[in-house]
Ligand binder design. Structure first.
Ligand code: 4AD
Ligand code: MG
Length: 480
């Protein structure tokens, strides 16, 4: 539906409206020679050139056609004789819907730094780069739902406020209505959360997994796709304090099948944007190439945007155990030459993004899924292997990013799960409901979590994760 009979600019590039009189609404990107207005309405990367007859137009009106102004234009769509566009609109009437003072409007028709645009995050979507990123983001989100629907999964809305710490990592944001100045105290002098809103300590969720597991054990195949919060003090280009996570969970599923699902899912959603977001991807590919040219050789990325998309979509993912990976890393050139910031010296160390990227970009030149990690660097719910020291974990590793997905086959055996929770000091009482799944009709099951912003980062070639979410939340920053 085109609201109020106005057309979206994207629909005009098919050519079928040539000769018609149209009404269009959008924002002025540029106005040059008192004649050519480039307007954009967000429907496409491409601006539409609208040509005004300045001799027939009131001078005061012409002055109000400024970058950022909202306008309504009536005119006729014609084939353009000028270079740079196929069609243009010959304006018969223009109305300024909202003025934009050119001396005040922060988004000028020139290159702005991403740092500057982050400070103006409420306006940055009016730039070509951010509108392209947000269209790709939206398409990816749609593809996620389409994939799971087609595969027979049910979408479950898991809670955002929770009383349990799914990852057992303790990096949670507290949710409380207690007055910080006069909170009731326990005898030990600590805040008394029994008097808080929920009568207990509650936090924002770090993962919907545990609740998704309960639904998988009734609906069979489910996924949750919601906001996730981590109070980790990581000021990196790949971490947000608030991000969106996609978490499928499948009953009667083992780790191999879980890896199949992750690979198939990732390829599907990336192929979807390759097929549906061509203009935006070509633009972002070029943007990235220009950015790379400004960097010293050693800091440049291994691949361009379209190249890295095809690297994932067209390659079979290598599957490799943690133990094999450690052998490769230990004997690798950068390790021997002490080029890694974190040297790999022994079995059991956690892998850093530099190691993950080495495996993907240098050693295999292929996406990699690592599995069977040491139990003590992974969460409590992962299924213990027969060796007693590794668990059925899996991480999917991408070029440029490192970890894209973390998942596992879950521990379905009650006694072993209880033992691990005990070892890791996890309160069984809090998670009694989770243990019930193992008491009543337990079954092998598996799932994973994919950080949506990391995927958007990958699919748009943006260097900083803060530039792929509308309003990034990071340490010391929650503006807007
Ligand atoms: O590996 P993680 O911590 O796994 C879980 O939370 C599991 N409960 C998922 C599951 O099995 N259902 O996080 C999953 C993914 C990571 O691989 C990464 O892509 C992303 O979430 N992620 C973040 N993305 C942005 N900012 C952060 N601070 C992130 N932390 C994790
Ligand atoms: Mg992880």
């Amino acid at each position: 539906m085109d609201s109020m009979n106005t057309l979206r600019i994207q629909s005009l590039f098919s050519g079928s409206h040539v000769g018609q009189t149209l009404t269009l609404q959008g924002w002025v990107r540029t106005f040059r020679a008192n004649r050519f207005i480039a307007i954009n309405d967000g429907s496409t990367l491409n601006n539409l050139q609208c040509v005004v007859d300045f001799e027939q137009t009131d001078e005061n009106l012409l002055k109000r056609i400024t970058t950022g102004a909202a306008v309504q234009i009536e005119g006729t769509l014609v084939e353009s004789r000028g270079k740079g566009q196929q069609y243009e609109v010959q304006v018969s009437h223009i109305e300024i819907l909202g003025d934009s003072d050119p001396d005040q409007y922060p988004i000028q028709p020139k290159k702005h730094s991403f740092e500057f645009l982050r400070e103006n995050a409420h306006l940055r979507v009016r730039t070509s780069t951010f509108s392209a990123v947000m269209r790709v983001r939206s398409a990816l989100s749609f593809a996620v739902h389409e994939y799971f629907r087609k595969e027979g999964f049910y979408h479950v809305h898991t809670p955002i406020i929770t009383g349990s710490d799914a990852e057992g990592a303790g990096e949670m944001f507290r949710v409380s209505t207690l007055d910080p100045k006069k909170a009731p105290l326990t005898d030990a002098g600590e805040a008394d959360f029994t008097q808080d809103f929920f009568g207990k300590e509650t936090n924002l969720t770090v993962s919907g997994q545990l609740e998704a597991e309960t639904y998988a054990m009734g609906l069979g195949k489910v996924y949750t796709f919601g906001p996730t919060f981590r109070a980790e003090n990581s000021n990196t280009t790949r971490h947000l304090a608030e991000f969106w996570m996609i978490e499928p969970e499948v009953a009667f599923c083992n780790l191999d099948q879980n890896m199949d699902l992750a690979e198939d899912f990732i390829k599907y959603v990336l192929r979807y944007v390759l097929d549906h977001c061509q203009d935006d991807l070509v633009f972002l590919d070029q943007r990235l190439a220009n950015e790379e040219k400004t960097k010293p050789q050693i800091e440049r990325r291994p691949m361009g945007l379209l190249e890295q998309m095809h690297f994932i979509v067209d390659n079979q993912f290598v599957r490799l155990s943690y133990t094999e990976a450690i052998d490769i890393l230990r004997n690798s050139k950068p390790n021997k030459k002490k080029k890694f910031k974190f040297p790999v010296d022994q079995w059991g160390v956690d892998l850093q993004s530099e190691h993950e990227r080495y495996l993907v970009e240098k050693h295999f030149s292929s996406p990699v899924i690592l599995f069977d990690y040491p139990a003590n660097i992974k969460a409590f719910y992962m299924r213990l292997n027969e060796d007693g020291k590794t668990v059925r974990a899996m991480d999917v590793l991408f070029p440029g990013i490192g970890e894209m997905v973390g998942g596992a086959q879950r521990e379905e055996r009650l006694d072993i799960l209880q033992k691990r929770m005990d070892e890791m000091d996890i309160d069984e009482k809090e998670l009694d409901w989770y243990l019930d799944l193992r008491r009543f009709g337990t079954a092998p099951h598996a799932g994973f979590g994919l950080g949506f912003e990391r995927l958007v980062q990958f699919a748009t070639g943006m260097s900083n994760i803060r530039d792929v979410i509308p309003y990034p939340r990071t340490p010391q920053n929650a503006s807007f």
